[in-house]
Ligand binder design. Structure first.
Ligand code: CTP
Ligand code: CA
Length: 239
C-alpha cells in the first residue's frame, strides 16, 4: 500500500489552546479548584494538531490520562500553569506568535487575597467558621481581545447552567458581546453534564451573536466542528 501525506486543512496555522481548571492556593496544602477535566480543551488541541496546525497547549490542572495523549503528539507543545495568573502569563507569551487562540480553560474568577505560607490551623482560627477574602482575577480572554493583532482569531468557551438570565443562548450572546470574541462555544453544564463525560453539546456563536455551528457528540466531534467554524470566520476576516 502507498501512503500519501495529505496536508491538513489547518496546516501552517499556529494555535494556542488553554485547557483544564486553574487552582488558586489557600495555603501550602489547599486550593480552590473546579471540576474541569481538561478533556474538551485537549480534544481541541489534538484536533488542531491532527489537522496540521502547530499547537501550544497551555495546561492548567488536566486529568493525567487526558494530558498524556497530548504530550506525546509531535505537533503539540505542552506548557504547564497552576493558577489563573500563571495561565494568563503563559497564554499571553504564547499568543505573540499565534494565529488562533482558544481559551477552553476553566479559569478561576477569584483568588485568595492572602495566601498563607504556613498551613492554616484550626487552633489559630475563630471557633465555628472562618471567612476567606477573595479578589477578582484578570479576565485573560478579554485581554487577548484587547491586544489582538491583525489576523488573529480569538475563541472563548462558556460553560453555562440553565436557569436565570434567559436561555443558554441569550446568556452566550451577552457573554460574546461583553468579551468581544470572534467565536464563543457555549455549552450546558451541570453535575451530570459536561464535565467528566466523554460527550458534549456545544453551540458556537460569532461576534454578531449568530449561531455558526451546533454539535452534540464526542468532545473530538465538538472540537472538529469548532475548527470548521474557525476556518469559516478566518475566511470572512480575510475578505
Ligand atoms: N476566562 C478568562 N479569564 C478569566 C475568566 C474566564 O480568560 N478570568 C475565559 C474562559 O477561559 C472562557 C471565557 O472566559 O473562555 C468564559 O468564561 P466564563 O467563566 O464563562 O465567563 P466569565 O466572564 O468569567 O463570566 P461568569 O463566570 O460570571 O459566567
Ligand atoms: Ca467565570
Amino acid at each position: 500500500a502507498v501512503t500519501v501525506d495529505v496536508p491538513g486543512d489547518l496546516a501552517g496555522l499556529r494555535v494556542v489552546v488553554s485547557a483544564g481548571g486553574t487552582r488558586e492556593p489557600i495555603d501550602p496544602v489547599r486550593f480552590i479548584g473546579n471540576r474541569s477535566s481538561g478533556r474538551q480543551g485537549v480534544a481541541v488541541a489534538l484536533a488542531a494538531a491532527d489537522r496540521g496546525a502547530e499547537v501550544v497547549l497551555v495546561a492548567a490542572h488536566v486529568d493525567e490520562g487526558v494530558l498524556a495523549e497530548a504530550s506525546t503528539h509531535p505537533a503539540v507543545r505542552v506548557v504547564g500553569a497552576g493558577t489563573a495568573a500563571e495561565l494568563g502569563a503563559a497564554v499571553e507569551t504564547e499568543t505573540d506568535a499565534a494565529d488562533v487562540v482558544v481559551m477552553a480553560a476553566a479559569v478561576a474568577d477569584y483568588r485568595v487575597a492572602e495566601v498563607s505560607t504556613l498551613k492554616r490551623s484550626k487552633e489559630a482560627a475563630p471557633q465555628g467558621g472562618i471567612t476567606l477574602d477573595l479578589v477578582e482575577n484578570a479576565d485573560i480572554l478579554a485581554g487577548l481581545v484587547r491586544q489582538r493583532r491583525e489576523g488573529q482569531t480569538i475563541v472563548g468557551f462558556a460553560a453555562e447552567t440553565p436557569g436565570e438570565g434567559g436561555t443558554l443562548l441569550d446568556r452566550g450572546r451577552r457573554k460574546a458581546a461583553r468579551k468581544g470574541t470572534d467565536l464563543l462555544a457555549v455549552n450546558e453544564v451541570g453535575w451530570t453534564r459536561g464535565f467528566e463525560s466523554a460527550d458534549n453539546a456545544v453551540t458556537v456563536i460569532d461576534a454578531a451573536g449568530e449561531v455558526v455551528a451546533a454539535r452534540r457528540g464526542s468532545k473530538r466531534d465538538v472540537a472538529d466542528a469548532l475548527w470548521d467554524a474557525v476556518l469559516v470566520v478566518r475566511q470572512s476576516q480575510a475578505n
